[in-house]
Design a binder for this molecule. Structure first.
Ligand SMILES: Cc1ncc(C[n+]2csc(CCOP(=O)(O)OP(=O)(O)O)c2C)c(N)n1
Length: 570
């Protein structure tokens, strides 16, 4: 049996786990690992801030379904990962973060750059490990990857003491992780399936709520089959977008705070909700006391701790969504629900009358128009990442997804600064595909240093800054709920085109709608990173909007065009 250092064992294990790329940043407590790295065929991406590394690993994982890997040194290096780990945790993303730690004999003594990283990350990881000797490395890495990707996926952190990286020990790669207490459920019990089939047979106004779990378990075909057989309309969560093609006649689009009004109306009027791999987040339910008051509820979910957490359900089906739907669909009868679908179509017609796309001719540059045009130019087939704020919601509304795994966005944590590094990570998984990062001027500046990473790696990422010179979503809340008293939301921004040029990134500024097409062609035809700044309407708002905590159907709606013109006097 060969004797290897703990650092070498780590890389041996990463190679065996099929890791192709690691996003990281070195420092004292992880130097033996960086030294050993030179002897292994894994590409290391040197980021400019560890937060960028975590988001890149996350973007890689979201777009490929594989485990993303981020690496950092102890203390501040590790704590810089924290936002990215929390982001991955909230959205169930499989990443493994490897951090250096001070030598085991110094732990607890406030050694230089010592932070209790397993303590800090305990609530924001699916699992974490402190490795104090080289003997533990192989088993821990094997377990970490298995835990990150299985069941409900999530981030796992491995904190490795410096002595454990240096010591030598026998290396043998464990066959299977031994985790007797960890058995993610697969099938739901037949008695529960029968109960669910009974409720489905009685329903006259059913709605499916499709969440991230559809994509996580790869249950897109099963969702479509179930929806078509039972003629049940499908509302999607932000992270569920792409799980059913937007053009499918049963798709209701996004639900929730900035969801389609007719999707929210349908939920409130439904007599049966079928929640598939979603967790009744407050942004999708609004006021829980008045949520879907007439609906019985079936919840298919792999994580038992989600059952009855926010919403009490009539029939929980705990298991893997793809497996459970595969079992359930043959047990249900075909239905047509014609009246119900006609009612929803009526609500939908009213939404279309309010659509800002009907105002495409007023000469102004709206962020939503820009996103719609990016959708057209990329034929809806690009890999799109967003940051957080108004542009994120417009992207969810107007980048109509026909395919899964194309839309990467920080949903649960709502992490500004996510979009651009996530796009770089996603590009590593899909070098053949167009990758567009749609970011706000605020969020972009949180991780803009990763422009250097994009240049160094030649990442073919098109960065679109939707610049409204405001922290737009906060401004919108101040407009709606704080009597337009704007507080700390105006942004005096740098010249983004010059900034890009400082990184040798080709860049353009777009100020009018007729410049969009040219800029898109320029971005598409220029290899490597490109930056386009769109100077958009400053005080546009995202509609509809359910005020936080309000009833789901108490939406603030965009006025229909005639009403708006009367108000504006134009
Ligand atoms: C790290 C972080 N800090 C603060 C917030 C709160 N927040 C949510 S949206 C938003 C404004 C975003 O502004 P910008 O990036 O310019 O995008 P816009 O809303 O204008 O599209 C803020 C500050 C957040 N989500 N994340």
């Amino acid at each position: 049996m060969p004797q290897l250092t703990g650092a070498e064992i780590l890389w041996e294990c990463l190679v065996r786990e099929g890791v192709e790329v690691v996003f990281g940043y070195p420092g004292g407590a992880i130097m033996p690992v960086y030294d050993a790295m030179l002897d292994y065929p894994i590409h290391h991406v040197l980021v400019r801030h560890e937060q960028g590394a975590a988001h890149m690993a996350d973007g890689y994982a979201r777009s490929t379904g594989r485990v993303g890997v981020a690496m950092a040194t102890s203390g501040p290096g590790a704590t810089n990962l924290v936002t990215g780990i929390a982001t991955a945790m909230m959205d169930s993303i499989p990443i493994v973060c490897i951090t250096g730690q001070v030598p085991a004999h110094l732990i607890g003594g406030d050694a230089f750059q010592e932070t209790d990283v397993t303590g800090v990350t305990q609530p924001i990881t699916k699992h974490n490990y402190l490795v104090t000797s080289a003997d533990e490395v192989a088993e821990v890495v094997r377990e970490a990857f298995y835990i990150a990707r299985s069941g409900r996926p999530g981030p796992v952190l491995i904190d490795i003491c410096k002595n454990a990286q240096i010591e030598k020990t026998d290396f043998e790669y464990p066959d299977d992780p031994e985790l007797p207490g960890y058995c993610p459920p697969q099938h739901a019990p037949v008695t529960d399936l029968k109960k669910a089939a009974g409720l489905i047979a009685e329903a006259k106004r059913p709605v499916i709520l499709a969440g991230h779990g559809v994509l996580k378990s790869g249950a897109m075909d099963e969702l479509k089959l179930f929806a078509e057989k039972t003629q049940t309309p499908v509302a999607l969560t932000l992270l569920g977008l792409g799980s059913l093609p937007a053009s499918h006649p049963l798709s209701l689009g996004m639900m929730g705070m900035h969801g389609e009004a007719y999707a929210n109306n349908a939920i409130q009027e439904a007599d049966l909700l079928l929640a598939f791999g979603m967790r009744f987040d407050d942004r999708v339910t609004g006021n829980l006391r008045t949520y879907a008051p007439r609906a019985r509820k079936i919840h298919i979910e792999i994580d038992p701790s989600e059952i009855h957490k926010n919403v009490h359900v009539d029939v929980p089906l705990v298991g893997d969504l793809k497996t459970v739907l595969g079992d359930l669909t043959p047990m249900v009868q075909p239905a047509d629900h014609e009246e119900w679908l006609d009612q929803i179509a009526e609500w939908k017609a009213d939404t279309e009358a309010r659509d800002i796309m009907a105002w495409a001719d007023d000469g102004k540059l709206y962020a939503s128009h820009v996103i719609r045009d990016i959708w057209k130019h990329t034929e809806g087939d690009a890999l799109v990442t967003t940051d957080v704020g108004q542009h994120q919601m417009w992207a969810a509304q107007y980048y109509k997804l026909e395919q899964p795994y194309r839309f990467l966005t920080s949903g649960g944590a709502g992490t500004m600064g996510f979009g651009m590094p996530a796009a770089i990570g996603a590009w590593f998984g899909h070098k053949d595909r167009e990758v567009w990062a749609l970011v706000g001027d605020g969020g972009f500046q949180m991780t803009q240093a990763e422009l250097a990473t994009a240049v160094n790696e030649g990442a073919n990422v098109k960065v679109c800054i939707l610049n409204n010179s405001y922290l737009g979503m906060v401004r919108q809340w101040q407009e709606f709920f704080f009597k337009k008293r704007y507080s700390a939301v105006y942004m005096r921004n740098p010249n983004f085109v010059k900034l890009a040029e400082a990184y040798s990134i080709p860049a353009r500024r777009v100020e009018t709608p007729d410049e969009i097409a040219d800029a898109m062609d320029f971005a598409k035809n220029t290899p490597g990173p490109v930056l386009i700044e769109f100077v958009v309407e400053q005080e546009d708002a995202v509609y509809p909007m359910v005020p936080a905590g309000a009833d789901l159907d108490a939406m603030i709606r965009r006025p229909v065009r005639k009403q708006r013109e009367a108000v504006a006097g134009d």
